[in-house]
Design a protein around this ligand. Structure first.
Ligand SMILES: Nc1nc2c(ncn2[C@@H]2O[C@H](COP(=O)(O)OP(=O)(O)O)[C@@H](O)[C@H]2O)c(=O)[nH]1
Ligand SMILES: [Mg+2]
Length: 393
């Protein structure tokens, strides 16, 4: 019997928190399954209890979580987990989602995988997803004059009587670096854009990131997915220059974000609706963060009970919370998982979430207990490998 193993196709989609990586990967997964492929997810976070893992499992996909740091710092764990996962389940396609605050993945993950593990994995071009609103706010506005910035600032203070929470410049730096190393830039959520904005953003991305192929996609409607799938088949990563990145600035950007992963048990004798609790909680927390001028990068919550679940997601303070397809059943007992990545100190973030859960459950007459509540800043990135030149294959 022949023992020739085919390399598993590995598709990694990076990009900032809230860009839509998980949603995009679920779309890809559905498509690969339609084409007859066997697909598994590798999710990744600084800590465990990841909402994304629960979400992809809920959609019927198998998933393996790599906690405790990003792929680059947990490279060996990534390899072991991926190998095991593939063996156990005979996967043909692996879909990987790295931590949304991680950069320099081409040199620290993609290249090592291409060079050292090419018998095991066949790497797809590296896609980086981008949310149009963050793109506008963090990169496209940066070139505008000081006068306009001052005017905007004064308008906010004197006319709107509030100062909008904003990310610091270090996060804009990190965001730009994530896009700079993409083989494919996936401008996602184009369902929310006008024709003019699509053209304007496409023009900006093509001019600024000349090495990348830019595709316009909506993970929500499926628009642009075929074109992205086509580009994913191409051999794009040959001859790319390694990213020039200042690790101190990158680490500073990551450390601007407070990171919180928490789980609570919630219950009510008469039962409650998942959507109501999630929505109220998202609004309450958004208000708490806005009062502290703390911009939300991604707040994601999952309420799971007996193999079912519902989730809510909030990707900036000015957005509205988005509920998953509503879980209609009445819930008596469930586990609430909260993943928050917010521009706020870990202590204040923990206090806000503890306070929010307490206030909202009290208002709705729901009992709760804390199972786990931890918050921290991501540590300085220390990748296991870093390749400075492009692979000769
Ligand atoms: N309108 C719209 N929303 C999207 C799209 N893709 C993702 N989202 C929403 O963006 C939020 C963040 O998505 P998620 O996949 O969790 O982002 P991740 O943090 O990058 O993995 C969720 O509320 C998604 O429903 C899209 O194509 N259009
Ligand atoms: Mg995700």
């Amino acid at each position: 019997m022949s023992m020739v193993m085919r390399a598993v196709r590995f598709v990694i989609v990076g990009g900032f928190l809230g860009a839509g990586k998980t949603t995009l990967l679920c779309r890809l997964a559905e498509r690969y399954v339609e084409l007859g492929g066997k697909v598994g997810f590798i999710t990744n976070d600084q800590a465990d209890n990841l909402v994304d893992t629960k979400l992809v499992e809920l959609r019927g996909f198998q998933a393996k979580e790599i906690p405790g740091g990003c792929f680059c710092c947990r490279f060996d764990e990534l390899i072991i987990a991926a190998e095991e996962f593939v063996k156990e389940t005979q996967l043909e396609i692996l879909l990987g989602e790295p931590v949304g605050s991680c950069a320099d993945l081409a040199a620290t993950v993609i290249q090592p995988l291409r060079r050292k593990y090419k018998d095991l994995f066949e790497l797809a071009p590296f896609s980086v997803a981008v949310d149009p609103f963050r793109l506008e706010e963090l990169l496209m506005k940066e070139g505008r004059g000081k006068f306009r910035t001052l005017l905007t600032y004064l308008t906010e203070i004197f006319i709107l009587k509030r100062k909008k929470p904003r990310f610091p410049a270090s996060i804009a730096y990190l965001f730009a670096k994530q896009l700079e190393e993409a083989d494919i830039i996936v401008l996602n959520k184009v369902d929310l854009l006008s024709e003019t904005d699509r053209r304007r953003m496409l023009g900006f991305l093509k001019e600024r990131f000349t090495d990348a192929v830019v595709v316009l996609v909506s993970a929500r409607t499926g628009e642009g997915l075929d074109r992205w799938l086509d580009v994913l088949k191409q051999d794009l990563s040959a001859g790319r220059e390694p990213l020039e990145i200042d690790y101190d600035r990158y680490a500073e950007a990551e450390a601007e974000l407070g990171w919180l992963n928490a789980t609570f048990k919630v219950s009510q004798k008469d039962g409650f609706k998942a959507g109501v609790l999630l929505q109220e909680l998202a609004l309450d927390l958004r208000e708490r963060f806005s009062l502290q001028k703390a911009e939300i990068a991604h707040l994601k919550m999952f309420l799971g009970s007996g193999g079912r679940g519902a989730s809510v997601s909030l990707v900036r303070n000015e957005a509205e919370p988005e509920l998953s397809e509503e879980e209609k059943d009445t819930i008596h007992e469930a586990t609430l998982t909260i993943n928050g990545r917010v521009h706020l100190s870990p202590d204040l973030l923990r206090q806000a979430v503890a306070g929010g859960v307490d206030a909202v459950t009290r208002k709705l007459g729901i009992n709760y207990s804390i199972e786990q509540l931890s918050s921290f800043r991501p540590a300085y990135p220390t990748p296991k490998y870093r390749y400075n030149t492009t692979a000769e294959e």
